[in-house]
Design a protein around this ligand. Structure first.
Ligand code: BDP
Length: 672
């Protein structure tokens, strides 16, 4: 019989400091208890200490019993699964593993914090994905590629000696939503990441994250054996190269025995890779995977590739990777962005999903809003990720990655409301069947208040927000018409001499006197044929192609009659106007929420909504005024006259860098 250890009273004496409502507590704003609950627990370990501490400090109910189980039922739930039952005033949490128990604790606290009745619980949870991982695009110099919430959380110059208290807070937040892995550095990886000195810093983070059930992974540069190891080649079939990697992997595991694995961006946007030596992606990935295999590590190999010479960028990843189906070792997972181009406000799913039945695939979502208004705009992304799963079932994958929106800002994500996307990513990676509404409600309830007068209108705002962004930026399947360099504002007219054509908006929208949109039908680039036949037939036919993708797959005449009976031009105008109107209504709803939200966060979020409302007008005017030079049609009734001339809009030049976002005031004359 294991000895029962009652830790509760002992831990409960430690009072927590009170925090201002500055967003730093995320969705974990639990009230501390005044009377310690009784916690029953068999095991003494770092993970169980965290679990018991959370309950002792924040659980306001009766006795809780934590039990590690080793029977068939719990084997079938896997190491992260758990049950929660309530009987005779005792709540029992059971799992095969300590991490599973920690997840159960956070589940219970979530129910409590969202105001749910916890007296009769019978919960059984098993995550859909084994790997639920954040990808940080953080650089060694503290900058973050496409980061809009300050600098990197990782203070490399202080590590490993100094551990910022935010590291544990970060790990706790992730554990509370089931995230169990983190890639610490940018996919555009510096070879120095694997230097011994740096690995010691990584080890410090790995040690800290371990009790929270989080494994550490690294992005690696394929040419590291040359840049760090002094070899003359990085050819994956060269024995010296393979040996170098084996030596390096051994070093990594001797420091971090449970190291998760490598993420690789190869032969993409100038990064080195196996194709530099006429080897395939599979040959490159397998060489690394063989080195990882003895230690149980994995290689996540990205399929984000495209070449400037291809006739349609949307086809490239499929063309390059599909022939490699079945050629990857079983510890390689090919990581594919959700859409075929690049995290646009709306894309159809990447046709690679479903096309590689003999290869492990995982989806890469972008939590940071590179193409959705950075941290200035509210775009709650659960509906977008659910849209992906609607086309491609989550059961076909075992892993999901999210490019993090986390920085060292006090509120972690720049905009308090952007925390919802970190939260939603974790919750959906755990269970893609959760609805966007459920996730929005539970996040709002925990982050702000359980008052229905707040929850009802704000859930509505969240649910509509992503579609509003699509409407004022790129409705009907338009994509990639961003300004050069910053992916924030509109620049559909952008032409830069000598630039890669597939980095220019005109490549994507193809506006001309006839119409608008990229012909990807069988008569055009034929990208439709990469989809399963039944779907391809729908996408290929302009009359039945879903209108949200019509300009993605078709070059549509300006006067083409849409389902509403309007011309395509009028429909386009209505979408832009709808986006503008929606954002103004979000701002007004938020303004009315002041009785339910602390003044500090209310003001900060309101400021972002003001910017978003201005930006929506900017987008509408820029796109419609520009496209009107081709359509030569009038604005339909109900669509506001432009506030600014095209001439003026073409002069907008935002000084964007990695740390600052433009604000409405920077736009000439843009005022509410
Ligand atoms: C694009 C980003 C670029 C990333 C790239 C990637 O603009 O900064 O390096 O994706 O995913 O969206 O590798």
């Amino acid at each position: 019989m294991l000895k029962r250890i009652l830790l509760a009273l002992f831990i409960c004496t430690a009072a927590l400091p009170s925090h201002a409502e500055d967003g730093s507590r995320l969705w974990l704003r639990y009230d501390t208890v005044s009377v310690c609950p009784q916690i029953e627990n068999d095991v003494e370990s770092p993970t169980m200490r965290i679990a018991v501490n959370e309950l002792s400090t924040f659980w306001h109910g009766g006795k809780v019993s934590l039990q590690l189980m080793a029977d068939d039922k719990y084997y079938s739930l896997g190491k992260d699964g758990y049950t929660i039952t309530a009987k005779d005033n005792v709540i029992t949490l059971r799992s095969l593993s300590e991490t599973g128990l920690l997840y159960a604790v956070y589940h219970l606290l979530r129910l409590q914090a969202s105001g749910k009745d916890c007296s009769a619980l019978d919960i059984c949870e098993k995550p859909m994905n084994d790997i639920r991982i954040l990808n940080h695009w953080d650089n060694p110099d503290g900058t973050i590629e496409r980061g809009y919430a300050g600098r990197s959380l990782w203070k490399w110059d202080e590590l490993p000696a100094t551990l910022s208290p935010r590291y544990a807070e970060y790990a706790r937040a992730n554990a509370s939503i089931g995230i169990n892995g983190t890639v610490l550095n940018n996919v555009n990886a510096s070879p120095d990441v694997l230097s011994y000195d740096n690995l010691k810093k990584i080890k410090a983070l790995a040690d800290l994250f371990r009790p929270y059930g989080i494994k550490v992974y690294l992005s690696v540069n394929f040419a590291t054996p040359m840049k760090l190891g002094g070899l003359t080649t990085a050819d994956p079939l060269d024995k010296k190269v393979a040996d170098w990697w084996k030596m390096k992997v051994h070093e990594v595991y001797s420091l971090i025995p449970d190291f998760g694995g490598f993420l690789v961006k190869a032969n993409s946007e100038g990064q080195p890779g196996p194709c530099d030596y006429n080897r395939t992606h599979a040959e490159g990935a397998n060489m690394l995977a063989s080195a990882m295999k003895p230690y149980g590590g994995i290689v996540m190999w990205r399929a984000f590739v495209y070449s400037p010479t291809d006739d349609d960028r949307a086809k490239q990843a499929y063309l390059e990777f599909k022939p490699l189906d079945g050629k990857f070792l079983d510890n390689v997972i090919v990581q594919v962005k959700n859409g075929p181009i690049d995290f646009q406000p709306r894309e159809p799913y990447s046709p690679l999903f479903g096309a590689m039945p003999h290869t492990r695939l995982m989806v890469e979502f972008q939590v940071t809003q590179e193409y959705l208004g950075h941290s200035n705009h509210l775009a709650y992304l659960a509906p977008m990720w659910k849209e992906f799963y609607q086309y491609f079932p989550p059961s076909a994958m075992r892993a999901a990655a999210g490019v993090a929106n986390i920085g060292d800002d006090t509120n972690w994500c720049g905009n308090d409301l952007a925390q919802s996307n970190w939260y939603a990513f974790g919750r959906l990676a755990w269970n893609p069947a959760l609805t966007s509404q459920e996730i929005a409600e539970e996040w709002l309830a925990q982050t702000f208040t359980t008052d229905r007068r707040f929850l009802r209108p704000m859930t509505e705002v969240m649910l509509q927000s992503r579609e509003a962004v699509v409407d004022y930026m790129m409705p009907l399947g338009l994509h990639h018409i961003f300004a050069w360099g910053h992916h924030y504002g509109p620049e559909p007219w952008c032409e830069i001499e000598g630039a890669r054509p597939d980095w220019l908006p005109t490549y994507y929208h193809r506006a001309d006197i006839e119409g608008l949109g990229f012909d990807r039908t069988t008569e055009g680039s034929d990208a439709v044929s990469q989809y399963p036949d039944s779907l391809a037939a729908v996408l290929n036919n302009i009359d039945i192609c879903p209108e949200e993708f019509i300009l993605w797959f078709h070059h549509v005449p300006w006067k083409y009659e849409m389902k509403s009976g309007r011309t395509m031009w009028d429909e386009l105008c209505m979408h832009y106007q709808h986006g503008v109107d929606a954002v103004r209504s979000f701002r007004d709803t938020w303004t009315a929420m002041s009785p339910y939200v602390d003044a500090e966060r209310h003001a900060a979020v309101l400021h972002r909504f003001e910017i978003q409302a201005s930006d929506a007008v900017w987008w509408k005017d820029a796109c419609l005024e520009y496209f009107r030079t081709f359509s030569h049609m009038k604005y339909p009734k109900g669509v506001e006259k432009p506030h600014f001339s095209l001439k003026k809009l073409k002069k907008v030049n935002l000084p964007i860098d990695n740390y600052t976002c433009p604000s409405a005031e920077m736009l000439p004359g843009f005022k509410k």
